[in-house]
Write a protein that binds this ligand. Sequence first.
Ligand code: ZN
Length: 249
Amino acid sequence: MRGTLDALTSPLWKIDYETRNTRTPFTLHRNCLGKAFAVISDRHPTSNPKDFNERVPRPPKCGQLHLILGPMFSGKSTELLRLVERYEVEGNSVLVVKSALDERYGVDSVVTHDGKTRDCVALPSLQRLEEHVSQQDLAQYQVIAIDEAQFFSDLVEFCLEAAEKRGQTVIVAGLSGDFRRLPFGQIPNISALADTVTKLSARCSRCNEPAHFSLRTVVDADTTLVGGSEMYAPACRTCYNALNIHSRE
Ligand SMILES: [Zn+2]
């Protein structure tokens, strides 16, 4: 707001009242000035930052979103369960879910390659979680951990709802890319939304160098083909290029 004295002797102030989009000149008597300021600052609290902070209620605190990425055999589930244990030790209640597409080690448990296990809810989509946990019970969890997250087509919607509406901490573990080294499911979208991204590497099955890619060792073009070491091997860039038999087309 900008006020200019029309003339020293004039009882009138000319005021150009500016908002971001409009500019409205008006004139008022000097005695009314205080009242006008009060009205304007009430309608547009940003004209007084101190008032703004006091009047606008604080929004509910958001949670956090953490992404664990890596190729197959890089220890994503191990890292996920390590964080789950840590949150539980700190007194948080944690719900673990995974994709029902992955039945390699047991339908209702997350099992790491080194044999650790943890009960979980296996789901074809995150929306179906409501069949197992009521909305009220879901809101009671402080932490939600999601394994094999690349298979969930509603991953972004669920994570935003949990972290930004329910204020929960969400830990997502998923493949950094598919066997063609293309983005897998909604994992790249989660990367753009995450507070932290931890990228893990495996050991190349051929040369033992750090491996960042999942090499499919059988001829099959299905992106969602789930398997273990009989179908996939971790590979460094050099070995991936030497051994890969699938095109990116
Ligand atoms: Zn290698």
